[in-house]
Design a protein around this ligand. Structure first.
Ligand SMILES: Cc1cc2nc3c(=O)[nH]c(=O)nc-3n(C[C@H](O)[C@H](O)[C@H](O)COP(=O)(O)O)c2cc1C
Length: 219
């Protein structure tokens, strides 16, 4: 799992190597095989805790990893008539292209009434539809989920709903670690995640997503 081991390394190793040589081989391999992640926040709120989680993830990325945040604020309400008669609206097409080009997805979801916010579900619904060439941007895409809430439940019910949605989209979510940020108001300062245990958990989640993505790519 993760960086290639001695037995599954795709490039030949020097016949005589020491730990340093092996370490450099692994780092070289990772640098030439980056993992590009797209992050989606389920909140449009300016000072969103969940968008803050994504900003923290971006500060805590492993080597050879990028995280670009998608913007779902301009996505119109799903209407199949629009899709069939006019194609995907420009903000939808942009999101579809970003997801198709990414190696993995990281979603930070608030919990609204025990589920995911409508804006997130609406964006997922648009991207879930097959394109003109039957392209399905979510198909077999590695996914990690996290969420923050001022309550004591830390978005657990929303995250479980999102996992249910992921089944139909054929996303491939990782299970652990669970990032359920409760009492979010105590963990952010001026929009920045400052709670160190939570920052460590976010870093672990991103590392797990990168490892899972590399494993699925056979690296
Ligand atoms: C319509 C609505 C429904 C909500 N329902 C829940 C809920 O079911 N569980 C919960 O823990 N918080 C709930 N909240 C509070 C949100 O967790 C809180 O607003 C949070 O800050 C939203 O995430 P954000 O900071 O990323 O915008 C709800 C908020 C709104 C606006």
């Amino acid at each position: 799992m993760g960086y290639p081991s001695v037995t599954n390394l795709a490039v030949p190793l020097p016949t005589r190597y020491n730990g340093d040589v092996l370490q450099h081989s692994l780092e070289d391999f990772a640098m030439t095989h980056p993992v590009r992640i797209v992050g989606i926040s389920g909140s449009l709120r300016r000072d969103s805790f969940n968008t803050g989680l994504l900003h923290a993830a971006r500060e805590l990325l492993p080597a050879a990893t990028t995280l670009d945040l998608a913007d779902i604020s301009a996505i119109p309400l799903y209407n199949q008539d629009v899709q069939l008669e006019q194609g995907f609206p420009a903000p939808v097409q942009r999101l579809r292209d970003e997801i198709a080009a990414a190696d993995a997805l990281l979603i930070a979801t608030p919990e609204y009434n025990y589920s995911v916010p409508g804006v997130l579900k609406n964006a997922l619904d648009w991207v879930s539809r097959p394109g003109p060439q039957q392209e399905l941007p979510f198909n077999r895409k590695p996914l990690a989920i996290m969420g923050a809430s001022p309550s004591l439940f830390g978005t657990v019910r929303a995250q479980l709903h999102l996992r249910q949605i992921a089944v139909y989209l054929n996303l491939l979510p990782i299970n652990k670690p669970e990032v359920l940020v409760m009492r979010a108001g105590d963990k952010f300062r001026a929009g920045r995640l400052v709670d160190e245990p939570t920052r460590a958990l976010v870093a672990d989640l991103v590392q797990a997503l990168v490892n899972w993505t590399r494993e699925l790519r056979g690296e």
